[in-house]
Design a binder for this molecule. Structure first.
Ligand code: SF4
Length: 479
């Protein structure tokens, strides 16, 4: 019998037909361990430097040979930030020298042009995402120029069909700028909030007045953004159940369509800014579990559906609808509704997914500029998937996005006998079955309500590479 089981209560607006989740403190405390977030499979630490520019060209040629009918997803990485947030684990460059952005933009446009020409004739874009760093580090004029450039080189699906999103740091934009972003073609906006409490903001060096964030959200509504998303983090220094509760209440009154609640993973050996966090101010594991429980309870009561992996959405939001219809997808930007796309990513460290390959750009500005000066796409490493990789990728995607996988469907898509092929994995899965995380019958593997918060544990069973790379501190805790 598990202790501290807090089933999430359903609000009147929370239909039982939608996904839910169950918080089980004992299970989470016992089973949460470090593991990949599965924005890709194989995960990026499997990419090899033997995969380069020419392999990528071959992958694009393969797409063309097969008819190139898939729509595209574009990702643009803007690595600059004005100041550093101490919890940051992103690949960013902190600078106040705006000229650096101008140089970067010139090279980024060159890369966009090379990709645009490569995909010419099969370049219908259904999804665009700007991430960073801080995309709004670019000025309004620079952003306008870049969007116009993208529209010259790619064909964009109409506004009502395409999902065009940008991550916005509310400290960097005015309401006028938000209107301008909408005019430039963005229809989804995601705002980093993390925590509204001034003491927590001080402890992480991210001073962001609540009024400023509210005015950006109001402006986004006024400008006609289709979806407004807010990012929060639990587990930050000086955070308590009280501060988290207050932040949640305030965020709920802002009425965003999506809310992401990320767990802060303190890994100062990997991420330098985190060394500036006072470890004595970090909440304990038990306190963090209580915070997670509170987030789930409050958001569910407010009518949000648990989508999976830190994400909540209104039941009417496209993500929740896509999950209901079995067409939710997960990529480097998180969950998405456009599943059948090739992902073309531009900018330092950006990762593309074209055909059966993944490829990642170089991580430093110098290397990025040097390769583009040689008229080469700045690809540093990647991987060409085997049949086994593609099979496991499909399986892990289904588990992450739908919390269930159909065994006959997998056997139809791949030349395998499921029970035979995954004999050793199924033995491990039985342990998770005993803990109540999953159920298995002849046709389905289904993740239970309380298994959903430990979905990474379930996926890790099917990750062929995990055994070889060990289970060290490379990845964040599953909770
Ligand atoms: S958290 Fe975002 S805004 Fe803060 S330093 Fe990192 S990338 Fe920049």
């Amino acid at each position: 019998m598990h202790s501290n089981v807090i089933p999430v209560a359903a609000s009147p607006s929370y239909s039982a037909a939608y996904q839910s989740v169950e918080f089980d403190a004992e299970l989470l405390g016992r089973l949460a361990k470090s593991g990949p977030r599965y924005t890709s499979y194989p995960t990026a630490d499997r990419f090899s430097e033997s995969f380069g520019y020419r392999d990528y060209l071959q992958a694009v040629a393969g797409v063309r040979t097969r008819g190139g009918a898939k729509p595209l997803s574009l990702y643009l990485h803007i690595p600059f930030c004005d100041t550093v947030c101490y919890y940051c684990a992103c690949n960013k460059i902190v600078t106040k020298n705006r000229e650096k952005a101008a140089t970067y933009l010139a090279y980024l446009k060159r890369e966009v042009e090379m990709q645009g020409l490569l995909f010419s004739g099969m370049n219908e874009v259904e999804q665009l995402h700007f991430g960073g760093g801080t995309p709004t580090y670019l000025s309004d004029a620079q952003m306008g120029e870049l969007m116009a450039h993208l529209h010259r080189l790619f064909r964009f699906a109409p506004d009502g069909v395409g999902e065009y999103s940008i991550e916005v740091d509310p400290r960097t934009v005015t309401p006028e700028r938000v209107h301008s972003l909408r005019e430039q073609g963005f229809n989804r906006i995601s705002l980093g909030v993390q925590d509204f409490d001034p003491e927590v903001q001080k402890a992480v060096n991210r001073i962001q007045p609540e009024a400023e964030t509210r005015s950006v959200i109001d402006a986004a509504r006024g400008a006609g953004f289709r979806s407004v998303s807010v990012d929060l983090i639990y587990g930050l220094p000086r955070q308590t159940l009280k501060t988290i509760g207050e932040t949640l209440d305030k965020v709920i009154t802002c009425n965003p369509d999506r809310i992401a609640v990320y767990h802060y993973a303190h890994m100062p050996h990997l991420f330098k800014p985190q060394r500036r966090i006072n470890e004595s101010e970090l909440p304990s594991s038990d306190a963090k579990l209580a915070m997670l429980s509170l987030c789930i309870e409050r958001l569910s009561k407010a009518g949000y559906v648990y989508i999976g992996m830190d994400h909540f959405a209104k039941p009417t939001d496209d993500l929740a609808v896509a999950q209901q219809q079995g067409r939710l997808h997960r990529n480097f930007q998180g969950y998405s509704t456009h599943s059948d796309t090739d992902l073309v990513s531009c900018g330092v460290s950006a990762i593309s997914s074209v055909g059966a390959t993944y490829s990642q750009n170089v991580k430093t500005l110098d290397a990025y500029y040097d390769l583009l000066d040689c008229n080469e796409l700045p690809i540093a490493r990647g991987i060409r998937m085997t049949m086994d990789d593609a099979l496991r990728r499909t399986l892990i995607q289904k588990l992450m996005c739908q919390f269930e996988v159909s065994i006959p469907a997998l056997e139809q898509a791949f030349p395998i006998q499921f029970d035979e092929y995954f004999e050793s994995e199924l033995a491990q899965l039985r342990e998770l079955e005993r803990d109540g995380l999953v159920t298995r019958d002849a046709e389905w593997i289904t993740v239970s309500m309380k298994g959903r918060l430990l979905i990474r544990n379930v996926c890790m069973v099917f990750d062929r590479y995990l055994a070889s790379r060990g289970n060290g501190p490379r990845h964040s805790q599953t909770i």
